[in-house]
Write a protein that binds this ligand. Structure first.
Ligand code: SF4
Length: 362
């Protein structure tokens, strides 16, 4: 099948009919990934589903879950003489407690948007007189590239390259959402691209522990509706299993070479998530053997306590407790041009998705 086939209106109609014929009572499903959230809003899938099916949006936007304190660390680094702070473009407009990286650049900081951590390594090689820091933000999908960058810097003997590491892992966040006493999520659409790297094994314990269906799901309308259908079939039958509805890309074992690379450079660490607080084993931190590449250690950075979020309710949005357009600031005091929080900035943010596809008056 070509990618167009995964948007085929006739197939979408068939899946919607199958869903309507399956569902007999209300169910609430969460799609984990911000890319899926944007696909759902873009195609209007949430409005095409039967009224018994509610889709809520999960914390799968890495920019959005990066805590303000770490963004403040990046901004502080960008202001140091001799430091070049590199990150993906999305991060540059995410507000810290007082300002953002774009403003730090306007104030004279050397802040550069890159497409890959390896670009930052190349800058370190070209400019040996500067300390080059890559602000590593992302889920398991970006971890192999961050690990490769560290290995490359080591191989090249670059003593002026380091990572400010905010890499996170999806399964601990799902566990935290499911463990909440008032959790209303009854089934998950897991992020297919994460599974192309990590495989399926990490999800089976969640299915067993919480008795919740998890369906590995892709990003096109046909993928998402297939994931919804498989999830609903399980729920209606009283089952809870791990299913792969994205087998064309995600194999059971994932990508062992990428996993080995990540495992060599990183280890599991506790990490703060915006909206979910600190979760054990939810982050990737540099192993002791690569500690020389840790920007926190190299620059003696300390993380300050998170500031009051003001009127931004990103924490509730990221847990699926608040639909973005129901935030009082949505579309008025908070817009992509003047964001109050990361979910309105990021290309994977739920608030940005509602603003883009439903408009200001969503
Ligand atoms: S709409 Fe803006 S203020 Fe409200 S939760 Fe989203 S980012 Fe925060």
């Amino acid at each position: 099948m070509s990618s167009a086939d995964y948007r085929d209106p006739a197939t979408v109609r068939r899946l919607l009919d199958a869903i309507a014929g399956t569902v007999s009572r209300p169910w609430t499903l969460m799609e984990i990934c911000g890319g899926q959230t944007h696909a759902i809003l873009r195609a209007g899938i949430d409005r095409l589903l039967p009224p018994q099916v509610t889709l809520v949006h999960g914390p799968g936007c890495p920019v959005c879950v990066t805590p303000v304190g770490v963004i403040d660390q990046a901004i502080a680094l960008a202001g140091r003489p001799g430091v070049t702070l590199c990150s993906f473009g999305d991060m540059l407009r995410v507000p810290g407690s007082r300002t953002d990286l774009l403003a730090a650049r306007a104030a004279g900081g050397d802040v550069r948007a890159v497409y890959s951590p390896l670009d930052a390594v190349a800058i370190a090689g070209r400019e040996p007189g500067r300390e080059v820091v890559f602000f590593a933000v992302g889920f398991e999908t970006t971890a192999p590239a961050a690990a490769a960058a560290v290995r490359q810097a080591q191989a090249l003997g670059l003593a002026n390259f380091s990572l400010l590491c905010a890499q996170v892992r999806v399964p601990p966040a799902m566990a935290a959402i499911l463990a909440a006493p008032d959790c209303r999520i009854q089934g998950f659409l897991a992020a297919g691209h994460v599974c192309t790297v990590m495989g399926l094994a990490e999800y089976a314990p969640l299915v067993e522990r919480f008795a919740v269906p998890i369906v590995i799901t892709g990003f096109e309308p046909v993928d998402i509706l297939t994931g919804v259908l498989h999830c609903l079939r399980q729920l209606e039958a009283g089952q809870a299993r791990l299913e792969n509805a994205y087998a064309r890309a995600a194999r059971t074992e994932g990508n062992p070479a990428a996993q080995a690379l990540v495992g060599e450079v990183f280890e599991f660490v506790a990490r703060d998530w915006r909206g979910l607080s600190e979760l054990p084993d939810s982050g990737l931190g540099l192993r002791a053997s690569y500690a020389d590449f840790d920007a926190v250690r190299r620059f003696g950075l300390v993380q300050t306590p998170p500031p009051d979020p003001g009127e931004c309710r990103a924490g509730e949005v990221l847990q699926g407790r608040l639909r973005p357009d129901l935030c009082p600031a949505f579309g008025s005091r908070c817009t992509p041009q003047r964001p109050l929080g990361a979910p309105m900035v990021s290309s994977e943010g739920a608030c940005a998705a509602y603003y883009r596809y439903r408009g200001q008056a969503a």
